[in-house]
Write a protein that binds this ligand. Structure first.
Ligand code: GDP
Length: 513
């Protein structure tokens, strides 16, 4: 892997920190990039945002490891790399222990250098129930969440009614806070359809109803349908199991910084899903941009190499919300709400990425790129690369440094379309001090959920490169047609591609520098 190691070390030489965020709607391959940095450069990898609703797939050689909460540097645990889940994360102990630490240990990864912030927000079964009830109740606003309780967990934090990981270590405090929190939730759930609540509580992810009280409503302790005692005992056990990992990570991070260690900040989701900068309200519940990863740390901006990952030259989105370049538009959005991977791959095995019907072309590209959620298995909505959105992400993250991924998925495409602008098609609408009228053009995406749904993409077409790229190790060997499109995008959006990923494996990476 000399073609990667030497140029990568050279590229990172002036920096002490690297932040890895997705410049699109997530699922761009951050896990691969973090794993690569962990392999050759990093002393520590830190997660500071998101929760188990993120899914990072890492394929160091041939075996795939899927991580949700644990940083992608964990595969380097044995050599002492520190993996830190910091306080900004909504931490689900059941997910971390049962679905990640236990299987990692079974695979020979001891997790000796895993650290969990004692102040991370504690995600509990009632958060999952609240999430599911909201997403399945008629008439409620729906984001199309992963149903993992992330929004309700952060809501509790900001409402100052939430618990933190440290509470798992202190029975009395945990019992008091948990009961109070459950009463809160029971009050809210009393307004919901009992059947929907019951169904949510029997979700297999909650251990098939183990937290559901017999008799359901009107319990004397005010905790409604929740079996508080069952939750208490179950979660205090997680506290025991996780005790060895829980510590003051603020202090630990400060020490790493003082010791001049190389740190990678691993993003979750994507810039366009950031609660602060994304297509609100169809966003995730934390700041998925560069800022969410680095805020509050005693580090200088010039010491950080900020990388923005983008799929070239397509993008994906999961959940609800506008997606101007989506193949097949509303039809695709509706389809992806229910489409299952196996059924889709069975029914559409014959499609090619050149299908003249955009909806079908989208399915073919989804299948070629394996664009199905690592967490939910949901079909990701697919669409062409969107320059107005890329320009917006570049502004938010304040970096020209891009990593392109997955261009190999389009190796067989005859034509590549790049969205260069949007044309507004809605009725008159006030956007800040601007009045939008039919025909208003945008060259930078307006991060307004309402406006975006009326934005028609304008495309520029390029001939595809029509050749296999996944074995190429030098940018100069990439097909001319590929480089033409990349040059065009770089010029338009004022970014520079530092790394080009041409396959899921570590070795399938071109360092351009
Ligand atoms: P993340 O959440 O941003 O890490 O993205 P995901 O893990 O959800 O999705 C990325 C998927 O693409 C994973 O299955 C990776 O193994 C895979 N992947 C990463 N880079 C490339 C690439 O350049 N080409 C291909 N074909 N797959 C890639």
């Amino acid at each position: 892997m000399k073609h990667i190691t030497d140029p990568l070390l050279q590229l990172l030489e002036p920096y002490r920190y690297v932040s890895v965020v997705c410049g699109q709607w997530g699922d761009t391959g951050k896990g691969k990039v973090v794993d690569l940095l962990a392999d050759v450069w990093a002393d520590a990898v830190i997660r500071r945002t998101g929760s188990a609703n993120a899914g990072h797939t890492v394929v160091p050689k041939d075996k795939e490891t899927i991580l949700h909460l644990i940083p992608s540097g964990i595969l380097h645990d044995a050599r002492g790399l520190q993996n830190i889940i910091d306080e900004g994360v909504a931490f689900d102990p059941a997910e971390a222990w049962d679905s990640e630490i236990v299987p990692l240990r079974a695979d020979g990864i001891a997790c000796t250098n895993l650290h969990i912030s004692h102040m991370a927000k504690l995600l509990l079964p009632q958060h999952i129930v609240m999430d599911m009830v909201r997403e399945t109740s008629p008439g409620e606003f729906k984001v199309g969440t992963t149903g993992r309780g992330v929004g309700p967990c952060y809501t509790d934090f900001y409402a100052r009614t939430g618990l933190v990981v440290n509470d798992l270590l202190n029975r009395d405090v945990f019992v008091r806070k948990l009961r109070q929190n459950l009463k809160d939730k029971a009050r809210l759930l009393s307004f919901a359809d009992p059947e929907i609540v019951k169904k949510a509580m029997q979700d297999p992810r909650l251990g098939s109803g183990i937290y559901l009280k017999d008799g359901y409503h009107g319990q004397a302790d005010g905790t409604g349908p929740f079996d508080a005692d069952a939750i208490i005992e179950h979660y205090l056990r997680y506290g025991e199991r996780l005790r060895e990992f829980i510590r003051d990570t603020r202090e630990l991070i400060r020490r790493l910084i003082n010791k001049m260690k190389h740190i990678v900040f691993e993003g979750a989701q994507g810039t366009l899903l950031s609660v602060d900068y994304g297509t609100y309200p169809n966003v995730t519940s934390s700041d998925a941009s560069f800022h969410g990863l680095t805020h509050g740390l005693p580090i200088k901006r010039e010491d950080i190499f900020s990388l923005m990952i983008m799929k070239a030259f397509y993008m994906t989105r999961v959940g609800n919300g506008p997606f101007p370049t989506e193949f097949g538009g509303a039809l695709s959005e509706a389809w992806c709400r229910h489409a299952e991977r196996e059924a889709e791959e069975g029914q559409y095995a014959h499609l090619t990425v050149n299908d003249p019907d955009p909806f079908l072309q989208g399915i073919a590209i989804r299948m070629a790129g394996h664009e199905y959620g690592a967490t939910t298995k949901r079909s990701r909505r697919t669409g062409w690369f969107d320059l107005p959105a890329a320009k917006y992400a570049r502004l938010v993250n304040d970096t020209p440094n891009v990593v392109t991924t997955k261009s190999d998925v389009l190796d067989d495409c005859d034509t590549i379309k790049i969205c260069v602008a949007y044309r507004y098609t809605g009725s008159n609408y006030h956007l800040g001090d601007q009045l939008l009228t039919k025909g208003t053009q945008f060259t930078v995406a307006p991060m307004d959920d309402f406006v975006l749904q009326y934005c028609e993409p304008e495309y520029r077409e390029f001939p595809g490169w029509r050749s296999k790229t996944s074995d190429i190790t030098d940018m100069r060997d990439m097909p001319a047609a590929f480089r033409t499109i990349l040059d065009f995008c770089e010029n338009e959006a004022d970014f520079h591609t530092q790394i080009c990923s041409v396959g899921p494996k570590r070795s399938q990476t071109i360092i351009r520098g």
